[in-house]
Design a protein. Sequence first.
Length: 143
Amino acid sequence: MGMNVGTGGGGQEPDVMVDINTTPLIDVMLVLLIMLIITIPIQLHSVNLNMPVGSPPPPLEQPVVVTIDVDFDGTVYWNGEIVPSRAALEERLVAAAQTPVQPEVHLRPNKLAEYKDVAAVMASAQRLGVTKLGLVGNEQFVK
C-alpha cells in the first residue's frame, strides 16, 4: 500500500522504495507456527484389546487332509492316485463337501502346470461346496 515516489528532477539518485518489507513478518509467522505445532499434544489413537492369555488347547481330532496334485501335463492326482477325468474329480469333491466335517483340501500344482488346469480344479472345488481349500508348495514359485 505504498507507492514509488520519484524525484522531481532528472538527478542520478535512485527512486525511494516505500513498499512494506514482508520478510520479517513471514519469519515471525513461521516461528509462531512451529511453536504452535510443538506445543499441541500428540493424540494417541489406540484401541484397547483384551487378548487371550496362554496358548489354545490342541484340537481333539487332527483334520483329514486330502492332497490334490496337478502335474505339468495336467494330470490330476487325489492323494497320489491318478484321477482319470474331471467328472471323477468332481465326484470325489462332492463326496468331500458332503461329509459332516469337511477335509482340508491341499492343492499342490507343479511349477510347470498350466494355469487353466489349476484354475479348473479350484473352480470345481468352489462350485461344489468345498470350503477348506488351500494352495501348498508355493515356495517353488519364488525366484
